[in-house]
Design a binder for this molecule. Sequence first.
Ligand code: HDE
Length: 674
Amino acid sequence: MSKKENQNKKNEQLDQFRVQDEGKALTTNQGLKMAEDEFSLKADERGPTLLEDFHMREKITHFDHERIPERVVHARGFAAHGDFELYESLAPYTKAKFLNDTSKKTPVFVRFSTVAGSRGSMELARDVRGFATKFYTEEGNYDLVGNNIPVFFIQDGIKFPDLIHAVKPEPHNEIPQAQSAHDTFWDFVANNQETAHMIMWHMSDRAIPRSFRMMEGFGVNTFRFVNDKGEAFFVKFHWKPVLGVHSTIWDEAVKINGADPDFHRRDLYEAIENGQYPEFELGLQIIKEEDEFNFDFDILDATKIWPEEDVPVKIVGKMTLNRNVDNYFAETEQVAFHPGHVVPGIDFTNDPLLQGRLFSYTDTQLIRLGGPNFHELPINRPLCPFHNNQRDGYGRQTINSSKVAYHKNSLAKNTPEPVSEAEGGYSHYQEKVEGRKVRARSESFKDHFSQAILFWNSMSEVEKEHIINAFSFELGKCKEVSVREQVLEMFSNVSHDLVSAIAGNLGLPVPDKKEINYTKSSPAVSQANTVKRPATRKVGIIAADGFPAELNNVIAELKGANIVPEVISDHQGMVKGVDGTEITADHTFMTAESVLFDAILIVSQEGNTSLFSKEAPEFVKEAYTHYKPIGALKEGASVLKDLDISGQDGVVVDNSEKFIEAVAEARFWNRDGK
Ligand code: HDE
């Protein structure tokens, strides 16, 4: 469904490279048709294989070289194509053409990722998520390489290798995979206290998203907009998911990793295949140059947010992801993002984290993609023409036919020729810089705790409880008591309540209260205040042969609310209702787990097998303990009675309208009198 109809200019370009092998004759890479592909060439049927066998040599050699180094961070990712549409011209702030012309759609390619795990790691790790967008604009590629958390662990790019060495599996035994719950990470945290604010986000529900489709994205670094009058503005980028920001809970995440390690990519892939296209609105926070110093934090410090209540997020456009890739390796693995891929009207600031990033991304592609011509890979090619005097290198595709490859020249009339700013040539913003060459951190970067407190102040009670649990889990996995103690000491600068609760769980003394009195909060950072919609939520319907006729209507109503119903029964194939209607069972209790659904609707109490009567209540119970909506239809209600959960919040009987409302609500934290 998503495939051919969602064509845009980038996909037309990619069509030139798409190859369909099905139904074709088998050839070698030289185009030679082969008569046999199963047996190597031998001296006698039982004799040795001959070196002469070019076909086998080619086939095996190519196989031997199939792997490339995975990304040093963000190795596990998943991507999709889409389009970006602008709501209003941003000409007063930036001259970037794709942000000026509301009549144009800009093709995009977006890759979501985890950070710490390797390419095959599970997806519901407690981790930051990457959210990288390539806009194929008429002025060249613009990459917005962001994360789902608006701040970062460190303030200066030079510390990035230290951070990553600390969080990756420990080098002596390569344990643990895709997890921050180990000594070296927390030792880094306690000894690099600029991490405080980011750690609060990292321990929050943001680090275990329900879906890539339900996460915010943030450019994190402070960029600069420049308009056609040469006026500059500081800017932060946001992506706001139309479905709101939602998370799993930890117990669920742990179980999903076992039940479906591909949970997030499957979710994105299926949503796009089903035509439920993920949408994200682009938001901008803009600060005028003259206001640079009007905040109680440094606006160039990537460990700080610009609270939305102080600097409102202006919603300026929408991105829709509407097409899955055809080939994971060619597109998702080979895409090369870089925060330095900019277009006129977008520039950098002196944010020292950003400055470090500007070096790293090209450098890493050289090792990962094997040379300087990665821009020629189909997924990385701009849509506009590109001409310069760069030549040769591994895997060069372009045949540059002129003999002139230098500037200045007379033989090619001094072309390719730089063009003036007025004609669209990129020209760096002429910021005045004055100072001494020093290795130092600005005084204005030294407050590490105020915004960590702001984050804590902004959390709902449930979110606070999750943060306490996350810290207790992570530190509980650290072997070194000194590490646990140092972290408690550090976070006593954030909240005495927080560290007291963690210390209690760890059986350690509570450190003295150190927190400053900082009462500010930012409601926008709490997920309790997010948008809630039933659309695209997955409801597991437990039904056996003999289900009541009403189920057909309920399924139609759920689909009408854009919910995805999937039927679980004690056998696959068709399940027959009392009235003779049939529905397809998508799963049995063996192929599905309760944690893979957003809500459960129990329709039948018993099926044909004892497995049904054992598993059906288990499904409901587990969803219930994860605070999810539970619905019952007809005899299904007796399961609720047996489990003693009738009448609890979010438990709905024979009322599909209320059930759909409950699905939108997603979690009912006040159960069991809590
Ligand atoms: Fe990255 N980062 N990063 N990063 N980053 C990479 O580039 C780096 C940072 C982010 O889906 C690498 O192509 C340094 C912040 C994403 O392909 C590498 C620093 C943010 C992705 C690199 C940072 C990010 C990367 C590895 C500190 C959020 C995946 C592979 C100065 C705004 C992009 C690659 C994709 C990938 C370096 C910090 C986001 C090594 C040195 C802050 C989403 O170049």
